[in-house]
Design a protein around this ligand. Structure first.
Ligand code: CMP
Length: 478
């Protein structure tokens, strides 16, 4: 307890003590020479002045009691307890100390001035017992709930709790109630007996408490990009724990948007409203920078025009450019390239999705348009990455050009867009330009030798001739 608070608490009892002392020792003796002697029997027939003197004396003792209890409490709990335990004494213990001392002093006063025993008084009078029992029902209920709360310690000062409709930070727990400061800075006193009856949600101060924040994004945006952008935004937000790392995941495919959920852990849970708000704000800016959009209720009407069904010329041009930039298709002329583009399809794979499975039959090859893929082989039951291929690289050519089963797994390492070129498209190119098999066979053999670290570095020309003859056989060019 601070010294200014102690001063405030002592002011009233001290003033009362001074007033009663003046009344009892200076004013009243001017009217009657001697005060009533303590220890006598209750004098019901005594004159009124006798009662005034008696009550003034008792009031003086009671005021002194208040001063004494507060001073003793300050010494015991603010000095001794704090020095020994190195923390603030619980309010409940302070309150119990005061209550016990008050009861003892009242018992002594009753005994001294009225020769009455408190125990005998309570046990002797059934009516008094009933009246006191009824009057103290709630008070005692709170007191005992307070004692059990103190023993169980389901929460402590500084924790965030929710009891009934109240949520806030616990400021103190007294013998009667827990004091909660709500997030609108109001003080709520929840009685101990209510706390004992209700289910309480406790977010302890030193616990990594988690929060869920929701947002949505347009269907047009890929989940991989949205999740990456949001994860980055969360990392920048104050009061968010880095461990455990925040989780961003798809929650629902909604009517007009993809719904996402963020689960993150806070450093200081008391600040959760501010942190949620900051997080949303960071996501908004991150979305804007990345060209992403939140969704709002929309309805999209599609008008289909038969002519527009053909692939747009601009896109075909881009694809042609992309293919000619690939080593393997560099020797093809513009007509051959557009023949290939017409027979190709674009696919998008999520990170970790398998594009090609080793051992499968395969009659198409792939060009990486965006992203990258891992080429994996089976190494004693474990996948081992032998190569990573990026934008402009190709894979799946071995099965396409030789008809052999797929030689490895190919897995998307990140979100990846690939262009798939089928056997038919290749065949039409070979038909119009049979010499291409030589060029392609040479390129494939070169690449194979370069990529396969474990390949026997034998006769390069022989390997190339082998590939060329198997291409010719497979495409019926002999
Ligand atoms: P294919 O055998 O049709 O299917 C698996 C593909 O993985 C294979 O064609 C090649 O394109 C590719 N691949 C196999 N081994 C390697 C390697 N060592 N380096 C790069 N790519 C490879």
């Amino acid at each position: 307890m601070s010294s200014s608070r102690l001063k405030k608490q002592l002011a009233l009892p001290l003033v009362a003590t001074a007033l009663f002392a003046v009344l009892f020792y200076l004013v009243l003796p001017a009217f009657a020479p001697s005060p009533p002697p303590p220890g006598g029997q209750l004098q019901t027939a005594a004159p009124v002045f006798y009662w005034v003197q008696l009550l003034a004396q008792i009031a003086l003792w009671l005021s002194l009691m208040f001063v004494g209890v507060r001073l003793a409490g300050a010494f015991l709990f603010d000095v001794v307890y704090r020095l020994r335990k190195r923390r603030e004494a619980p309010s409940l213990v302070r309150d119990l100390f005061s209550i016990v001392v008050y009861i003892l002093v009242v018992a002594v006063i009753l005994k001294t001035y009225f020769a009455l025993s408190l125990g005998a008084l309570l046990s002797g009078s059934a009516l008094l017992g009933v009246i006191l029992g009824l009057a103290l029902q709630d008070t005692l209920g709170n007191l005992f709930s307070g004692i059990s709360l103190h023993a169980d310690k389901p929460f402590e000062v500084g924790d965030v709790i929710t009891v009934g409709k109240w949520m806030g930070v616990v400021e103190s727990v007294t013998w009667r109630a827990a004091k909660i400061r709500t997030f609108t800075n109001h003080i709520v006193l929840v009685s101990n007996s209510q706390i004992a009856k209700e289910a309480i949600e406790v977010c302890p101060r030193d616990n990594p408490n988690a929060r869920l924040v929701y947002f949505n994004a347009l269907y047009a945006h890929s989940p991989d990009q949205v999740i990456r952008v949001v994860r980055e935004a969360i990392r920048e937000t104050e009061n968010v724990r880095l461990k455990p790392p925040p989780i961003v995941r798809m929650r629902n495919l909604g009517d007009f948007a993809v719904d996402y959920e963020i689960k993150y852990w806070l450093v200081d849970y008391v600040q959760h409203n501010d942190t949620d708000a900051l997080l949303r704000q960071r996501i908004w800016y991150a979305f804007k920078r990345a060209g992403l959009q939140f969704a709002y209720p929309t309805q999209t009407l599609y008008f289909e025009r038969p002519k527009a069904a053909a692939s747009p010329a601009a896109d075909a041009e881009t694809l042609t450019g992309r293919l000619s930039a690939t080593d393997i298709f560099a020797p093809l002329n513009a007509d051959e390239l557009s023949q290939l583009v017409c027979g190709s399809r674009s696919h998008t794979y999520a990170p970790g999705e398998t594009i090609i499975r080793a051992g499968d039959e395969g009659d198409s090859m792939f060009i990486v348009r965006h992203g990258n893929v891992a080429v994996q082989i089976n190494d004693n039951g474990q996948p081992r990455t032998v190569a990573t291929l990026g934008e402009g690289d190709f894979f799946g050519e071995m099965a396409l050009f030789t008809g052999e089963p797929r030689s490895a797994h190919v897995v998307a390492a990140v979100e990846t867009e690939v262009l798939e070129i089928g056997h038919e498209a290749m065949k039409s190119v070979f038909d119009s330009n049979p010499d291409l098999a030589e060029t392609l066979g040479q390129t494939i053999a070169d690449r194979r030798a370069g990529l396969a670290a474990s390949a026997e570095t034998g006769d390069q020309a022989k390997a190339s001739a082998g590939v060329i003859s198997s291409i010719k056989r497979f495409f019926g060019l002999d």
